[in-house]
Design a protein around this ligand. Structure first.
Ligand code: PRT
Ligand code: ZN
Length: 283
């Protein structure tokens, strides 16, 4: 059987979460920082540890069958790869930012101005779409200091908390794209059985992350009210308790509206609510 290769970031913002995801998929491998390649002992897979900028091209060229990388890098390198799954981590936005004391009000006012960035391709397409002629200054890093040094009027860079912009006296001005880590494959390899098996494992881990397992106690008189609050669940399990007319309801709740749902359940008579993380959900 052919051994697959998956490229992930060697070190940096996506490394830890990528390793965690693969480990949660049941893959056994050593995460030695010094090695470039690590075999998986219980799946025909090798892990390549690379700089994130190199991952899209490695995958496009088939040197790696799969990769985990930020959408921003895929778009910037303009590679032809298949998007398999958004992974929900490494979230950030590519934004144009201007100095706090700048009087630029509208996008059109960027005409004739200079913008420093490490994302000239994405920025170029964005400006073209908006019909703006600005001078894109491509630099290789520390973009945020360029207005202060008088190198550009504005910048276009990734933002997550906004702290870097703030500490450099900059304010966000326009959203160019939002990004998160994505599982990609080289064109065509998504059809292979092994890749499909991996995608299923990744999806079961992600589904589990989005849901919590909840057990609660309720008097039978209030049971229907509780069940009505659990849409999307085919049929919660109901187990009789020793105390007469009391039951335990076992169910899953989506993480995103978790607190709202819990307070509704309490109001409807739920008691002794126990919440547990789920490891995997296999459909
Ligand atoms: O060594 P290698 O080339 O592999 O790594 P790198 O240094 O080029 O990338 P790295 O590890 O910094 O980021 C990897 C990926 O994480 C990026 O390609 C994005 O997809 C994603 N990501 C998520 C981010 C951020 N959030 C982020 N905040 N990448 C960079 N930043 C930087 C940004 O450039 C700016 O300097 O963080 C600063 C802003 O952060 P805040 O929190 O102050 O807004
Ligand atoms: Zn990089």
């Amino acid at each position: 059987m052919k051994t697959l290769k998956i490229a992930i970031q060697k070190s940096g913002r996506l490394n830890e979460k990528s390793v965690e995801l693969l480990k949660n998929c049941g893959l056994n491998f050593d995460n030695y920082k010094s090695s470039l390649i690590s075999p998986v002992s219980n799946f025909p897979l090798e892990i390549l540890f690379l700089r994130d900028d190199d991952i899209p091209e490695y995958v496009q060229d088939g040197i790696a069958d799969l990769g985990i990388v930020g959408e921003n890098i895929i778009e910037e390198t303009e590679v032809e790869v298949s998007y398999l799954q958004r992974l929900g981590f490494g979230k950030c936005s590519l934004k144009i930012a201007v100095p706090n004391n700048n009087d630029i009000q509208s996008l059109q006012e960027l005409n004739g101005r200079s913008i420093a960035t490490t994302y000239p391709v994405i920025l170029g397409k964005f400006l073209q779409k908006q019909n703006i002629q600005a001078d894109i200054r491509t630099i290789s890093g520390s973009v945020e200091i360029s207005p202060g040094l008088g190198l550009s009027d504005a910048i276009c860079d990734l933002v997550s908390t906004g702290g870097t912009l703030k500490s450099n006296g900059l304010k966000p001005f326009a959203d160019v794209m939002s990004s998160e880590a994505i599982l990609i494959s080289s064109k065509g390899s998504e059809n292979s059985e092994l890749v499909q098996e991996l995608i299923q494992r990744v999806q079961s881990v992600l589904r589990a992350k989005e849901t919590k397992y909840v057990v609660l106690n309720v008097h039978r008189d209030n049971l229907q009210g509780i069940v009505d609050l659990l849409p999307g669940v085919k049929s919660p399990s109901v187990v009789s308790l020793v105390e007469e007319n009391w039951v335990a309801v076992h169910t899953v709740i989506p993480e995103r509206d978790f607190w709202d749902r819990i307070s509704q359940l309490k109001q409807a008579g739920a008691q002794g609510i126990v919440v547990m993380p789920i490891e995997k959900i296999i459909l």
